[in-house]
Design a binder for this molecule. Structure first.
Ligand code: PMP
Length: 763
């Protein structure tokens, strides 16, 4: 190739010189140095480009250089001996190219110099000068161009998503694609358009003496939204910065000082910057499979990824406000929360509780992050409903598509009911193979009790103290957490409370190898008592880790022993997996599997639809048959096609993204690190749980176990101020519950541990 370039230089440009290869993205680039040390850049541009486009680029370059203040900012295109601006050639591999020769521009690449605020401001001004000039030219060949690098066509790159190997990256990129499609694409259609350079990346921008002096490579030239010029430049200079948003604001300020931006453009800038990073990541992923040898194709990959991971931690509202303040527009004014609360209470009962001393008004959410109305970002460490991540693109898309196709009920036949039931049941051990779909954990608890009563013909239910199973009448009756709590009406006659097998607070401790058996004996005695009153047991219901009771882990062999006693008494064993299921505990898909038991009925809810109201009861054929007694079971919404599509997507995401493994890895890490904190911080009484379902119990005194309720409350409110969402539970409200979406990352775990330890210090 070098020989051919050298020959072209001589034959067609009359330049005898040394030729060296330069890196390039799509083009082949060469440096030509003649005998008098004059330098040129020769480009082989793919012959697949339309000639009209090349000629249009020449016109733009010429037009820009006609402006005296910009003359030196762009390379000069040299003509061949026969006065052409290009030469058509074929290389030895048979590929067609246009050859073009440019003057060499002196200077350092922006990528290689320190980015002072002045330089970033100057970059903004430089681009603004160029774009202002570009307003005066339009060329059809550029207008019709549809280039994947052009931000307005972000969705054209969606096809590259599968090439992103690392799932955590694919998920975030997918999230931004979704935001773009739903919120940004419709808005940018109305923004100002013009010809833009569209590739002010730091390897195209030249700097001399702390000033931007020029820009190279018009290969991505496009007729696009003017704001995209700025977004693209920012995407690169914000890389490798401690405060990427501050860097972005400097460039924006410079740009705005020359070529005023509009408020609507600043509204979407945050997402357009992310869009460029997404395109870059997608293209790198794809290029790696096509040209594994070309390292230039992935030059920005790591930095782009690092930035995107930081970018998603920035509340888009705070970015929008920062850009607006930079350009002297009014930022969004958050509303007065006390007025907002007043409005809420006009129609919403005060019996619905609200988190925190100062409530949070949420505006958006992204995977494991939530964004409030004041520009704060929260790391969600408590939402086990948005199991695979808030607004997970695959789950949202599944729901949207099915909603647009068909939504009906189980009285008709449709694929998704069969498909989903099959996939869901496959996650259970035999003989659990029948499923009833409903819409809430409460409805599932209610149905589970009905099934148990119908199957056994008995009424008595054994529950575990502090347990919670839902808010329907039946569910309340089996929830000591409610009926013995504030406002509770006490125990119903057919409910019997077994003491909680708490190895931290109660009689038999964690280090007692027979604790499980001994606590099981308590359940046995209770059932004997019930029997002595001439009553028969229908069911025993318990969570495999008791959530509302304070994340209480069952001692080994407890469930095994209890189940065998319950069955001896003719009852069925119900396990409530509403909080613990779907891989959360890491080692197993269902938390009951940790206990080496197979229940007769399983209640599912919360994570099942990732926030879509989807719940179920899974049971055996035998119990199911006993229910087929002539009375129809029908739930209007239960198992509808939209719910099934969403449920299916959730199961697929758990698999594809190895979320159970992630829960296991991070859970073990957090358990280890939190347990270490017990040594210096005496207030930590106990750390327990499994996978990403953990509890940290705080006590004032390790001897008396006096609950540190007030301290926990302070800690939770303090963590919220640090941007971390947690909750508390347990009979004394002194157990911190940790149950984040399963896409939680190591970076998140470290942030949590850091802030948690800091908060402990303040107690
Ligand atoms: N069971 C358990 C263990 C729960 O935690 C809950 C809800 N917190 C329910 C059942 C009831 O689920 P839902 O709120 O969907 O009715």
């Amino acid at each position: 190739m070098i020989e051919q370039a050298s020959k072209i230089a001589l034959d067609h440009y009359g330049i005898r010189g040394q030729v060296k290869s330069l890196v390039g993205y799509d083009d082949l680039n060469f440096l030509v140095v003649d005998s008098e040390e004059r330098k040129y850049v020769m480009k082989f541009i793919s012959g697949e480009n339309p000639l009209e486009l090349l000629l249009a680029q020449d016109k733009v370059l010429e037009y820009l250089k006609d402006d005296k203040s910009l003359e030196e900012a762009f390379p000069t295109l040299l003509k061949t001996k026969d006065l052409n601006t290009f030469k058509r050639i074929q290389t030895s591999d048979g590929r067609q190219y246009y050859v073009r020769l440019f003057s060499y521009m002196e200077g350092e690449f922006l990528a290689n110099v320190k980015h002072t605020n002045d330089l970033l401001f100057d970059l903004g001004q430089f681009l603004a000068h160029m774009d202002k000039r570009l307003l005066g030219i339009n060329l059809p060949a550029i207008e019709v161009r549809r280039l994947e690098w052009d931000l307005q066509y972000l969705m054209d790159s969606a096809k590259y998503l599968p090439y992103i190997e690392e799932i955590s990256k694919r998920r975030i990129v997918g999230y931004y694609f979704l935001q773009f499609k739903e919120w940004i694409e419709p808005k940018i259609k109305h923004l100002r358009k013009s010809i833009v350079h569209s590739d002010a990346n730091d390897w195209n921008v030249l700097v001399k003496d702390g000033k931007v002096t020029g820009i190279l490579d018009f290969g991505d030239i496009a007729h696009s939204q003017i704001i995209n010029e700025l977004a693209i430049a920012i995407a690169y200079v914000a890389m490798n910065k401690d405060n990427p948003l501050a860097a972005a604001c400097e460039v924006t300020k410079g740009y705005h000082s020359i070529f005023p931006l509009e408020a609507e453009e600043l509204d979407v800038l945050y997402y357009l910057i992310a869009s460029r990073l997404c395109i870059s990541i997608c293209k790198s992923a794809y290029s790696k499979t096509i040209h594994p040898e070309n390292k230039y194709l992935i030059i920005s990959e790591k930095s782009a990824w690092d930035l995107l991971e930081k970018w998603i931690e920035i509340n888009p509202i705070s970015a929008e406000n920062a850009f607006k303040e930079t350009c002297d527009f009014k930022p969004r004014q958050p509303i007065d929360h006390s007025e907002f609360l007043e409005r809420r209470f006009e129609h919403i009962s005060t019996s619905l509780s609200i988190h925190y001393d100062h409530p949070v008004k949420m505006e958006k959410a992204a995977l494991q992050y939530m964004y409030d109305d004041r520009g704060n970002t929260f790391l969600d460490c408590v939402n086990n409903i948005c199991h695979v991540g808030h607004c997970h693109p695959k789950v949202v898309e599944a729901g949207q598509k099915q909603m647009a196709l068909l939504n009906t009920n189980t009285r008709y036949l449709y694929d998704s009911l069969n498909d989903y039931a099959e996939k869901l049941c496959a996650t259970f051990p035999e003989p659990l193979n029948k499923v009833f779909f409903v819409n809430s954990g409460s409805a599932a608890s209610d149905l589970a009790i009905r099934l148990a009563k119908t199957y056994t013909g008995c009424d008595e239910i054994i529950v575990v103290d502090h347990g919670y199973h839902g808010q329907t009448q039946t569910a309340i009756e089996i929830s000591p957490y409610k009926f013995l709590g504030k406002g509770g009406k006490g125990k119903a006659a057919h409910t019997h409370i077994a003491p909680i097998p708490d190895t931290y607070r109660r009689l038999y401790k964690t280090d007692d190898p027979r604790a499980g058996e001994k606590y099981a004996e308590e359940v046995g005695s209770l059932m004997d008592e019930v029997k002595a009153h001439g009553k028969e047991i229908a069911a025993f219901i318990c969570e495999p880790i008791i959530g509302c009771g304070g994340q209480v882990v069952l001692p080994p062999s407890y469930l095994e022993n209890v189940y065998s006693l319950v069955r001896k008494h003719g009852g069925v064993c119900i396990v409530d997996e509403v909080q613990t299921g779907f891989g959360r505990v890491g080692s197993h898909f269902w938390a009951f599997e940790r206990e080496d038991v197979v229940p007769d009925i399983v209640i599912l809810g919360k994570p099942m639809g990732n926030g879509h109201p989807l719940a179920a009861v899974v049971t055996t054929n035998e119990i199911c048959q006993s229910f087929e007694n002539g009375m129809e079971f029908f739930s209007s919404f239960g198992g509808n096609p939209v719910s099934c599509a969403i449920g299916m997507a959730v199961l697929e995401v758990i698999e594809e993204e190895h979320l159970q493994e992630n829960a296991s890895k991070l859970g073990n890490y957090l358990m280890y690190e939190l347990t270490k904190l017990k040594e210096p911080y005496r207030i930590i009484g106990d750390v327990r749980g499994a996978g990403l379902f953990l509890g940290i119990e705080l006590v004032k005194d390790r001897g008396t176990l006096e609950p540190a309720t007030e301290e926990v409350d302070r800690l939770i409110n303090g963590m919220r101020r640090k941007g971390i969402l947690l909750s508390t539970d347990g009979p004394f409200k002194n157990v911190i519950k940790f149950k984040p979406p399963l896409c939680f990352s190591m970076r998140n775990a470290e942030q949590f541990l850091y802030e948690f330890e800091n908060s402990l210090k303040t107690l």
